[in-house]
Design a protein around this ligand. Structure first.
Ligand code: RP5
Length: 173
């Protein structure tokens, strides 16, 4: 197994069912990652150690997911020079998800976290691949292929609506 380029961390094992989507898309892109539990509130020293050593261990991007009072992504971003992508998780202690979203999104000037949508760990994985792809042509081409597949899927839907028919269908042909 090659050296992990992406670190996927989360506040609890209860986040894993969401965060697994980031792992899956990175596997699809053939990008090596590591995954573990790091809790900002329950294991603060572990969080500091993880963030302090991440770059030296070869990681290029960190994906951090947490729910409720979701301080993990922001605190990790305050320590590491690596880009941090935050995944707000709608967890058992989350009121409606807004608490997680705002805790990760509303960072102070100077310490950015690239925040994806609620539970959008897959997008976090794609964004991590895009960041890596900016300096790696092989990964960049995989992201390009992925986007081309998305576009093809939309065009298939256009065709199926066209075949089913709609009185106001825009037919560009
Ligand atoms: C957060 O509290 C975790 O990231 C998780 O989303 C939430 C609930 O944790 P558990 O009580 O399930 O361990 O820190």
């Amino acid at each position: 197994m090659s050296t992990p380029l992406v670190g996927i961390i989360m506040g609890s094992d209860s986040d894993l069912k969401i965060m697994q989507d980031a792992a899956d898309i990175l596997s699809q892109f053939g990008i090596a990652y590591e995954l573990t539990i790091v809790s900002a509130h329950r294991t603060p020293h572990r969080m500091v150690q993880y963030a302090e050593t991440a770059a030296a261990r070869g990681l290029k991007v960190i994906i951090a997911g947490a729910g409720g009072a979701a301080h993990l992504p922001g605190m990790v971003a305050s320590i590491t020079p690596l880009p941090v992508i935050g995944v707000p998780v709608k967890s058992s202690n989350s009121i409606d998800g807004w608490d997680s979203v705002l805790s990760i999104l509303q960072m102070p000037n100077g310490i950015p976290v690239a925040t994806v949508a609620l539970n959008a760990a897959k997008n976090a994985g794609i964004l991590a691949a895009s960041i890596l792809g900016s300096a790696d042509a092989t990964i960049r081409h995989k992201v390009e292929d992925y986007k081309a597949q998305l576009a093809n899927a939309v065009m298939e839907k256009v065709e199926s609506v066209k075949i089913v028919g709609h009185p106001n269908f825009f037919d560009e042909a």
